[in-house]
Design a protein around this ligand. Structure first.
Ligand code: PYC
Length: 314
């Protein structure tokens, strides 16, 4: 029997499962190197934790690790039902809330190491968390892709810690009641980008598709973000909001320091702003997470689904 200690939270509706202990040792090296070791040797642990029957398509796991830089309070590798994320905005907010819950951080400024760089984390006294994300930038503007059943879709390709295709074209209002239609559409866009060989810089796979628009009641900017693995983000997506802010800045539509309020598909909100970066923008994204459970996952040796539905085997 294997035992894994976890703390679950949700950030604006999107779950984060922090792995506190019980995971095999991932020795030394940068977070990017340790993510490769995780991927090559322990991928069945990812599916055991994130996939059904213990997890779900929406679950984002956060493996807590010792940082290589002693100035950082933690290292983290984010993963989900199909693979690994570069950065994760809602997950970093959930991680900060979790570290505060167990008394490992206090209100104030902290640094967290991820496979794509260090991010700043400010834990506010009222429980909100601001993340100083990695530099975000628009890579290509106005890219067209032919999407079967939907015609030509135009959008921007931007980096916010993950690769995004951001379009304003939507088949339905950005309302949760249209989630099925919005999901089918954004998955079709994801597949069309892949099939057309349209990628981010350095051949980066564009695994997030973001519809950017307004809330049906006119209350502000709202998005719908499809993540890799077929589940839409219940939160406004921290890396997606960063990528959007980079595009707004590139278009001269958002000034340095100006506040951007981003609703997700549930109407829950992240606030963002940016400082100018070398290439793009340095976004700050603020949101709040709540603890939903502390528990142990058990993996029984004779369980035929020990390593998760759709997962690999040791
Ligand atoms: O908040 O950056 C984010 C995120 C990525 C995937 C799910 N959430």
């Amino acid at each position: 029997m294997r035992t894994i200690q976890i703390i679950d939270s949700h950030t604006a509706g999107e779950p984060t499962r922090v792995i506190m202990s019980g995971f095999p040792d991932l020795p030394g090296g940068s977070l990017a190197q340790r993510r490769e070791l995780f991927r090559s040797s322990y991928d069945h642990w990812r599916s055991a934790i994130a996939c059904e029957p213990r997890g779900s398509d929406t679950m984002v796991g956060a493996l807590l690790l010792e940082p290589t830089d002693p100035r950082c309070c933690a290292g983290v590798i984010f993963f989900n039902n199909v693979g690994y994320l570069g950065m994760c905005g809602h997950g970093t907010i959930g991680l900060a809330r979790t570290l505060a819950h167990v008394g490992r951080i206090q209100p104030g400024e902290h640094l967290v190491e991820t496979p794509v760089g260090q991010v700043g984390v400010t834990l506010h006294a009222d429980g909100r968390v601001s993340i100083g994300n990695v530099e975000s930038y628009r890579y290509r503007a106005g890219v067209s892709v032919a999407v079967p059943g939907h015609g030509t879709i135009r959008g921007d390709i931007a980096w916010g810690g993950n690769w995004f295709f951001i379009t304003e074209q939507t088949p339905a209002p950005l309302d949760i009641s249209h989630r099925a239609e919005l999901s089918l559409y954004t998955i079709a866009v994801q597949q069309a980008l892949l099939a057309a060989g349209i990628r981010g810089e350095d051949e980066g796979v564009i695994d997030h598709v973001e519809i950017s628009g307004v809330a049906p009641d006119g209350s502000g900017a709202r998005n719908f973000v499809m993540c890799p693995g077929g589940a839409y983000d219940r939160s406004p997506c921290g890396t997606g909001t960063s990528a959007k802010i980079a595009c707004l800045a590139a278009d001269g539509e958002l000034a340095e320091g100006q506040r951007w309020v981003q609703q997700g598909i549930l109407g829950s909100v992240f606030e963002g702003s940016y400082r100018n970066g070398q290439r793009g923008v340095m976004p700050t994204i603020t949101g709040q997470a709540w603890i939903t459970g502390t528990s142990q996952l058990l993996i029984e040796q004779d369980d035929p689904l020990a390593w998760g539905i759709g997962g690999g085997n040791p």
